[in-house]
Design a protein around this ligand. Structure first.
Ligand SMILES: Nc1ncnc2c1ncn2[C@@H]1O[C@H](COP(=O)(O)OP(=O)(O)OP(=O)(O)O)[C@@H](O)[C@H]1O
Ligand SMILES: [Mg+2]
Length: 342
């Protein structure tokens, strides 16, 4: 088994050199009341090596579902209905099962769960859990993991000894969230998936934790996927941004390009909701209305049309395809923008 994995670590699986993970035509469904409902539709994206890729969207847009799918960890009543998730040096994870998948998760690809709920065991001290984690991945020196965790804790302004000897319930929400990030980093993964890593933190701690994540990411050239609903967090941290609406990618660009030249009306609305990005503190506007539920996402036409100020007849019937802007690194799917440009 390990010989097989070593062989694989040298393989690129057809990915171009700057790509760490390639997602193609990913469809994920949840079974609700006997019906199979789509939570992700035809999601394709390239996650770039050594960069921070943010996935942004409102609650229910499918961000956590995407993070789980990236680890082949969608569980019943959900399933990956079709599509592929291919990592450099690992291969196609949606085809992996059992022991192979367990070895990949947590070591090569690690995940900081939303609200850090799932990474910790309430009945075991943090230090003992870290040792278990190290042993479960057959690390030759599990104690080195404790040292690494202690260093990370100090960098995140936590008292390392206190954290390692505590149970989860003895830590505040903000401390737990930082410990969740330590769990995600401690085995030195190649890919880090972070699902809303700082939502339990106040604005100041959020900023300092994001700064630390950024510096560790740079030191290690860590390929990172950052999931958030907050365009402010994206602006602070991400190299690239993927915008999700109702389970579909509607726009993708580098962060600088997306903030300067947003093309999709939904992206513009997300930016306008953050006053410090628009520069006009009196002009923050939240997007009106609610995103559709899984059962009410339209099966044809544009998924955003119900809330779109630029809705045209074509938006009701034809799904907008991606158009590319500038150097071809910026894509968006919007009939109105396409018509305006032509
Ligand atoms: N176990 C489940 N069973 C049925 N539907 C689910 C399940 N998990 C998620 N969903 C639905 O799938 C859609 C996407 O959910 P997901 O949790 O991925 O969204 P999200 O973007 O992470 O939202 P949030 O910002 O609130 O975390 C939502 O409509 C949600 O209700
Ligand atoms: Mg979520």
């Amino acid at each position: 088994m390990s010989a097989k994995l070593t062989d694989r670590s040298q393989q690129d699986f057809g990915l171009s050199p700057e790509v760490a993970c390639q997602v193609r035509d990913l469809n994920v469904t949840y079974r609700v009341d006997g019906r199979e409902l789509s939570a992700l539709r035809e999601v394709s994206l390239d996650i770039r090596q050594g960069q921070i890729t943010a996935v942004i969207g409102e609650s229910g847009s499918g961000k956590s579902t995407l993070a789980l799918a990236l680890m082949n960890a969608v569980s019943s009543p959900g399933r990956i209905a079709s599509g592929s998730v291919t990592y450099r040096g690992l291969g196609e994870v949606t085809r992996m099962r059992g022991e192979e998948l367990r070895r990949v998760r947590g070591k090569a690809i690690s995940m900081v769960f939303q609200a850090s709920q799932n990474s910790m065991n309430p009945l075991t001290r943090i230090g003992a859990q870290l040792l278990d984690l190290a042993r479960s991945h057959d690390l030759p020196n599990p104690r080195a993991v404790l040292r690494e965790a202690g260093d990370l804790a100090s960098r995140m302004s936590l008292d390392a000894d206190r954290v390692l000897t505590s149970y989860q319930h003895q830590l505040s929400g903000g401390m737990r969230q930082r410990v969740g990030i330590i769990f995600g980093l401690v085995l030195k993964p190649k890919i880090l998936l972070m699902d809303e890593p700082t939502t339990a933190l106040d604005v100041l701690s959020q900023s300092s934790v994001l700064e630390i994540v950024r510096s560790i990411q740079r030191e290690r050239q860590l390929t990172t996927v950052l999931i958030t609903h907050d365009m402010g967090v994206v602006a602070e941290l991400a190299d690239r941004v993927v915008v999700l609406y109702a389970g579909r990618v509607v726009e993708e660009a580098s962060t600088a390009e997306l903030l300067r030249h947003p093309r999709h009306p939904y992206t513009r609305a997300l930016i306008q909701a953050i006053p410090r990005l628009t520069g006009d503190l009196g002009d923050a506007k939240a997007l009106e209305g609610q995103p559709p539920s899984l059962a009410s996402v339209p099966n044809q036409g544009c998924v955003f049309r119900e809330r779109c100020p630029y809705r045209m007849d074509v938006c009701d019937t034809i799904l907008p395809s991606f158009r590319f802007d500038g150097d071809g690194e910026h894509r968006f799917a919007c009939h109105y923008e396409e018509a305006r440009r032509d």
